[in-house]
Design a protein around this ligand. Structure first.
Ligand code: PEP
Ligand code: MG
Length: 540
């Protein structure tokens, strides 16, 4: 038995046999051909097959995880047509009279280097995608791609978790994922979490594990290869407990989120796409506390039109059937880059041109989104929220823009509701000014992810800082308490929609502070409701 520590990127326990994703050998023989034009045709057929596979994957992803996650396969389709890849391979086939596999592997390094050294962060991040495409082509050429199909439940092991690897396999046969590389913010990790598949990265994977029994514990960042009988039965018991816990939690559907001594709070869900509403409803969310609208703006070549956005917001509003839906306006910038915005490269992007700063500098982009949100307000219970606020002046400027948007809608006879507006408290500046800000808006929502980053001067994306990034830091908790006190003085409601809201070890602390709303990933709702109902604040 070997126990290995990695980094969990999606929780859960899985027990099963490991299957390494079969990739074509990295060293391809230099086999020559007598008819290079016939070989070029063979390569073109592989390109056509790859295109067809990507189109099928796009459709499958659209159905299973939603439009925004599926869009990556459109990006792959575009990258597949990059002449730097296709023409160079054909060139090598013709000039060196070699098989396509050799030509492809000989251009691979230079194309990967070109992508990884690009100035544009978005394009740099596409390095893994271009690698994925090259692997797909190689699999088609060598016929080894078929081996990737899991005909029975397996734990999949791969060098890197790519979106296609994740989606290409029938979900019922995918028990878990193990990878050498991977960050919690990659498309693949997001997919794994949406699909509820336990996953662990940063594992020094070994080909010898192929076919061996393993236990992946996404709660303790642990991978156990060839567990002893005793460990296996312990983990099977834990897995059963996990299943039972999930079943028990069903009892917490349809009841209030109220402490045992009568303090009620709102328990909402965070979503990133229209498709996530299903999971929010399934887990009995009382509303949507954070709809990260920027996901609608990623993996595309132009921003979504007013109509496209309107349809998305209206769908969420209608499906939530009168429950509140808080739509956060665009929080692009930093790690969420949209190429079409043509933002300059920044030395310090987390502190740079992002979120409301972009919206206020691009009034057309902002107004299009606001129009779409106001139009959708006629179809449900929508509220508007603004990210990364640092001053009262910003809020006043936003309100002027809202008045302009509403005046335009009035002129056009388009109906809308006068919806609530709120801001995210994610910066120490917003904490200090929380009373003044609360006077301007209907609600505040604390973004503990960014608040921790800015309060502790600690890059939330940097894996080397994992051990230091501490959202339980007393300074962060005191800031949250101060915001609640200041907002309540002027009758303004306060929620938390950062990851900390789901931290059960802090539920009682937040309830004692007087938090009005907690908004968490849909799968966390019932456990949190149970925790709230078991808590007594014992105020006499
Ligand atoms: C936060 O910062 O806590 C938050 C909810 O926003 P995001 O994670 O999208 O930055
Ligand atoms: Mg944030």
């Amino acid at each position: 038995m070997v126990t290995i520590k990695g980094k969990s990127i999606s929780p859960g326990i899985a027990i099963g046999t490991i299957q390494k994703i079969s990739k074509a050998s990295s060293s391809v023989a230099r086999t020559t051909v007598t008819d290079p034009e016939a070989e070029v045709k063979r390569f073109e057929a592989a390109l056509a097959e790859a295109e067809a596979q990507l189109a099928a994957l796009y459709k499958k992803a659209q159905k299973e995880v939603g439009e925004s996650e599926a869009a990556i396969f459109e990006v792959h389709g575009m990258l597949l047509k990059d002449p730097d890849l296709t023409e160079k391979v054909k060139d090598v086939i013709r000039t060196q009279q070699v098989v396509s596999e050799f030509a492809l592997s000989s251009v691979k390094t230079s194309i990967l280097e070109r992508f990884s050294s690009m100035e544009d962060a978005y394009m740099r991040e596409r390095t893994a995608d271009i690698q994925d495409i090259i692997c797909r082509l190689m699999d088609i050429l060598t016929g080894s791609g078929k081996d990737q199909i899991l005909d029975r439940p397996m734990i999949l092991m791969a060098e890197e978790l790519t979106p296609s690897n994740t989606l290409q396999i029938e979900r019922k046969n995918l028990l878990a994922l193990i990878t050498r590389f991977g960050s919690s913010n990659s498309h693949a990790s997001i997919l794994a979490r949406i699909m509820n598949i336990p996953a662990i990265a940063n594992v020094d994977i070994d080909d010898d594990w192929n076919g061996k029994t393993a236990i992946l514990d996404g709660y303790t960042d642990t991978l156990i290869i060839e567990p002893t009988k005793q460990v296996l039965s312990q983990m099977k018991a834990r897995q059963k407990e996990e299943e039972n816990d999930r079943r028990t939690l069903q009892a917490f559907k349809g009841i209030e989120s109220i402490t045992s001594d009568g303090h009620k709070i709102n328990l909402f869900a965070n979503i990133g796409s229209t498709e996530d509403v299903g999971s929010a409803l399934e887990n009995d969310a009382e509303g949507i506390g954070l709809f990260r609208s920027e996901f609608l703006f990623l993996n595309r070549s132009t921003p979504p039109s007013e109509e496209e956005q309107f349809q998305a917001y209206k769908t969420v509003a209608e499906n939530m059937e009168g429950k509140k839906v808080i739509i956060r306006t665009l929080d692009l910038g930093a790690d969420k880059q949209a190429n079409y915005l043509q933002l300059d490269k920044e030395e310090n992007p987390a502190m740079g041109f992002r979120a409301i700063r972009i919206s206020l500098s691009r009034p057309e982009l902002f107004k299009t989104q606001l129009r779409a949100i106001y139009r959708s307000s006629a179809f449900g219970n929508i509220a508007l929220m603004f990210p990364m606020i640092i001053s009262v002046d910003e809020v006043k400027r936003i309100k002027e823009i809202l008045s302009e948007v509403k005046a335009d809608l009035d002129k056009q006879g388009i109906s809308y509701k006068d919806i609530e507006i709120g801001i995210m408290v994610e910066t120490p500046a917003a904490v200090i000014l929380s009373r003044e800000l609360a006077e301007e808006v209907d609600f505040l929502s604390i973004g503990s992810n960014d608040l921790t980053q800015y309060a502790l001067a600690m890059d939330r994306q940097n894996p080397y800082l994992d051990a230091f990034y501490d959202p339980h830091h007393p300074a962060v908790l005191k800031m949250i308490e101060l915001v609640v006190q200041n907002a309540h003085k002027v009758g303004c409601q306060v929620g938390i929609c950062g990851e900390l809201a789901a931290d059960l070890s802090l539920t009682e602390t937040f309830l004692r502070m007087g938090i009005d709303e907690l908004s968490v990933a849909p799968v966390g709702i019932l456990g949190l409701r149970k925790k709230i109902r078991e808590t007594s604040l014992n105020y006499d």
